[in-house]
Design a protein around this ligand. Structure first.
Ligand code: TUI
Length: 316
């Protein structure tokens, strides 16, 4: 099935599915696999050193002829250097997370990079539209990693009402039913992170994939509220320690205990003391499969769900 929207036109992709830009998780291999499947693959920069991100971009260019993007995590200290390199490498699309990308917008737009800021609120989305964002990714608190405080269900329609550029719904979407729901709310695309953690091409440690597969409905928790940067993770020994520090407002200890733990989970496979960032939708993920299968399964399910509701997409 083809589901064309302003987003697929804007990005030159076949299916309105953007892969989440997960740090230590969304590598060139995964991004290229998603782009080759007709979605938009994203390399997650996180705190990656500039040279490593450049290598990743070049690797993705070798693995796919289709557009892909880079997610820039704005809290990283060397963000200015990463932006400059992304400009030099002329990537097709940049998504931004964990902050306000205003100061980089003009430079990115000037050379034709499509910029899709992730916004957890209406105010930020409106500001981003006013300075030239091409689309807004509205991320609800069902998502994994660093989150805002609104749910996808209430954030998405408010964004659709507030801006005239396309809105991409993110947070809690892991199958075609969620995708159809996002479209019902007015979104023109979805961003999917957690389900792609269990793509065959995702290079995280197998134990981290198993933790996602095992997660049930109430197995994620938000830690780090007291730091001002709340993060959703799959519950484990580390999350319980962080929760305790949160309760006692021991912010410095919390930050130092959390440091480096995402790599510990995703690279080393330490599911006890690593930070297993994943969304509530982990409970909906039940097998490891190729990224292309995830994309086609989601599209087929979305079509079924829409037809069931009497809203069959027109194109065959
Ligand atoms: O960025 C994400 N998810 C992330 S980033 C990350 S690395 C990290 N680790 C620990 C603490 C903080 C970051 C792990 N997961 N998603 C997109 C997202 N962006 N969620 C929320 C936001 C956001 C929050 C505030 C975007 C903009 C914003 O603006 C504040 C402002 O300045 O207006």
């Amino acid at each position: 099935m083809a589901l064309r929207t302003r987003l697929t036109e804007l990005l030159g992709i076949e299916h309105p599915i953007i892969q989440g830009g997960m740090a230590w998780t969304a590598t060139a291999e995964l991004a290229a696999a998603v782009s080759n499947a007709g979605g938009l693959g994203i390399i997650g920069a996180g705190h990656m050193p500039t040279d490593l991100l450049r290598e990743q971009i070049r690797r993705a260019k070798q693995l796919t002829d289709r557009p892909f993007g880079v997610n820039l995590m704005l809290l990283t200290p060397h963000i200015d250097e990463l932006v400059q390199m992304v400009l030099d490498e002329h990537v097709a699309v940049v998504t931004t997370g964990a902050g306000n990308p205003s100061r980089y917008m003009a430079a990115l737009k000037e050379i034709g990079i499509k910029v899709l800021p992730i916004a957890p609120s209406v105010a930020l989305a409106k500001r981003m539209e006013s300075i030239g964002a091409d689309a807004i990714i509205g991320e609800g608190m069902e998502a994994g990693g660093h989150i805002g405080d609104l749910t996808t269900m209430v954030l998405t329609p408010q964004l659709v009402d507030a801006v005239s550029i396309p809105v991409v719904a993110a947070g809690g979407i892991a199958d075609g039913r969620g995708m159809a729901a996002a479209f019902a709310l007015g979104a023109e695309g979805v961003q999917v992170g957690t389900r792609f953690m269990c793509a065959e091409e995702c290079t995280i440690h197998p134990a981290a994939k198993q933790a996602v597969l095992k997660a049930k409905d109430r197995d994620t928790v938000v830690t780090g509220r007291s730091t001002g940067h709340p993060v959703r993770v799959i519950k484990n020994k580390l999350s319980r320690m962080l929760e305790e520090l949160d309760r006692e407002n021991r912010v410095e200890e919390l930050e130092s205990l959390g440091s480096g733990k995402l790599a510990l989970a995703m690279r080393e496979g330490d599911t006890s003391m690593g930070s297993l960032m994943a969304g509530q939708a982990a409970a909906l993920v039940c097998r490891i499969q190729p990224a292309a299968e995830i994309v086609t399964e989601m599209m087929d399910e979305a079509e079924k769900a829409m037809c069931r509701l009497g809203a069959c997409p027109i194109e065959g």
